[in-house]
Design a binder for this molecule. Structure first.
Ligand SMILES: Cc1ccc2c(c1)c1c3c(c(C)cc1n2CCCN)C(=O)NC3=O
Length: 281
């Protein structure tokens, strides 16, 4: 039985500005009254009735809590406590105040290979740790890679932490995917083919993120969801000369290791950490 706090979160925290919102969750900045420390509070709307389409079933929310409790790594945000209120469950999470990698990239159009490799190396180290525990993230994208504050050494990479484990799953054996609601641009082909998916799906997403960091373009993005899915299923991507001008063959080989259709042949996080593109920085 999970030890939820009950009562009003305002008793212990000053609730500040919204940091972001998803389909059934809002994230707000909160300040612990006694210590003055800041946290991110993720308010997840509870699904009241089985047939309702609003909110998240309590057992699904508790799966996210269980995953966060199992994970203990410097690049994964820590769960401090959870509150159970009438309409919501509120996760009080470590605040990462440097903002999303998505915004970091937007300010720079594209990154140098050094910067990109420095970021991807941290993501791979974190995913390698999670995959040893047989836990998949299943929603890796630049929006869920948060940067730590503080100036970045010239040509270096910001320190990052992964957030949002709402879609994470334990994958002790190939789990049967149902309607996998990952973000279209980043889902692996096996997800679209409704084949059993596992840890390997995260590596495909890391390939998509690497492609975006180096070129500023999204490899499979179509005009709509259907076109994006079709391009992924057909492995329809290219290294456009203009977008990839100056990008090394090493970097392209790295991405191709991850855009492998057969999950069992796809590079693992450990393989990637030994690749020459990651090792040379
Ligand atoms: C400074 C800042 C800005 C936006 C934030 C966060 C922090 C943030 C955080 C978290 C989550 C789940 C979402 C968050 N969001 C929403 C957007 C994340 N994709 C979190 O767990 N810690 C955060 O700092």
């Amino acid at each position: 039985k999970y030890p939820y706090r009950t009562g009003a979160i305002e008793e212990d925290y000053e609730v500040g500005q919204d940091l972001g919102a998803g389909q059934f969750a809002v994230v707000k900045r909160v300040r612990h009254r006694k210590t003055g420390k800041f946290y991110a509070a993720k308010y997840i709307r509870k699904r009241k009735v089985k047939t309702s389409r609003r909110g998240v079933p309590q057992e699904e929310i508790e799966k996210e809590i269980a995953v966060l409790q199992d994970l203990d790594h410097p690049r994964i945000v820590k769960l401090r406590e959870s509150w159970n209120t009438a309409n919501e469950i509120i996760l009080v999470l470590e605040l990462v105040s440097g903002g999303e990698l998505f915004d970091y990239l937007a300010e720079r159009e594209q990154l140098t290979e050094n910067e990109a490799a420095g970021i991807i190396k941290q993501v791979l180290e974190t995913i390698s740790y999670m995959h040893e525990l047989k836990i998949a993230h299943f929603d890796l994208k630049p929006e869920n890679v948060m940067c730590l504050p503080g100036n970045v050494p010239a040509g270096g990479a910001p320190k990052i932490k992964l957030v949002d484990f709402g879609l994470s799953q334990r994958c002790d054996l190939g789990i049967e995917v149902t309607a996998m609601h990952g973000t279209p641009e980043f889902v692996a082909p096996e997800v679209l083919a409704f084949e059993p998916i596992g840890l390997e799906a995260d590596l495909w997403s890391i390939g998509v993120i690497t492609y975006i960091l180096l070129s500023g373009c999204s490899p499979f993005q179509g005009d709509d969801k259907a076109e994006t899915f079709q391009r992924i299923a057909q492995m329809d991507y290219s290294f456009d000369d203009e977008d990839f001008a100056g990008v090394s063959q090493d970097a392209k080989d790295f991405i191709e290791m991850l855009f492998t259709r057969n999950p069992l042949e796809r590079a693992t996080a450990k393989d990637c950490l030994k690749s020459s593109w990651i090792k040379r920085f």
